[in-house]
Design a protein around this ligand. Structure first.
Ligand SMILES: CC(C)(COP(=O)(O)OP(=O)(O)OC[C@H]1O[C@@H](n2cnc3c(N)ncnc32)[C@H](O)[C@@H]1OP(=O)(O)O)[C@@H](O)C(=O)NCCC(=O)NCCS
Length: 193
């Protein structure tokens, strides 16, 4: 299933062949930095995929594929209130696991597309994202998607025995509707051929 397309990528559901590559990424402290590596084994990861292809659980997961067919990262979204609030609040997350694909605007491109697709396909009024305060690249990417930094969440997670603060970001539907970042001509969009 294709979740969305961007100028240079297709964001599609996981296939069996993606699992080893993505698992290597989510187990690597260097790639995740400053995040904490997944605590499940490859076997458990395979079982999680076999259950529903990462499509029916709390968090829906997709891979980011380039035109070459290579995958360079994964993205996810989930309903923050699990159906208990209407309209839903969606949270998004991203990992560009292929290091050679970083610094080329892919995280910006894909996260803008995620926001745009979620607002278009659902009745969400708010989309949010969190990131470590020591992660200027993600902060910049979210800001380029016109998300607003709302505040600092103190000691949100522990990484390497140190508690880390996060920044909270969001964009509201009324902001998305008026934002230049989401114009039909926005650079992240795949233009019709
Ligand atoms: C954060 C991450 C997603 C960024 O991916 P990316 O594709 O390299 O990001 P982009 O190329 O879209 O860059 C976004 C912006 O950050 C800037 N940037 C990159 N590294 C930076 C740094 N160390 N300091 C400041 N800005 C930086 C880029 O220049 C770009 O801004 P610009 O377009 O104005 O030049 C990637 O590094 C990653 O996967 N990190 C590990 C997981 C993670 O942090 N996920 C985020 C949620 S916690």
């Amino acid at each position: 299933m294709i979740f969305c397309r961007t100028r240079r990528t297709v964001v599609r559901s996981f296939e069996e062949k993606d699992l080893e590559t993505v698992y290597e990424w989510i187990r690597s402290p260097q790639i995740l930095a400053p995040g904490a590596p997944a605590r499940y084994s490859m076997e458990q990861y395979r079982e999680m995929f076999a259950r529903d292809g990462f499509q029916k659980g709390v968090r829906k997961r997709y891979v980011i594929e380039l035109e070459t067919g290579a995958i360079v990262g994964e993205v996810s979204h989930f309903d923050f209130f699990q159906g208990a609030a209407v309209p839903a609040v969606y949270e998004i997350g991203i990992l560009i696991g292929e290091m050679s694909a970083r610094g080329k605007g892919i995280a910006t491109e894909v996260q803008c597309a995620l926001v745009d697709t979620l607002f278009t396909a659902t009745d969400a009024n708010r989309i949010q994202a969190f990131t470590h305060v020591e992660n200027p690249a993600e902060q910049r990417a979210l800001e380029k998607c016109d998300m607003t930094r709302e505040g600092r969440l103190r000691q949100m997670v522990r990484v390497d025995d140190t508690f880390r603060d996060w920044f909270a970001y969001s964009i509201l539907r009324r902001e998305w509707e008026k934002s230049p970042a989401y114009l039909p001509t926005a650079p992240w969009r795949k233009q019709a051929e």
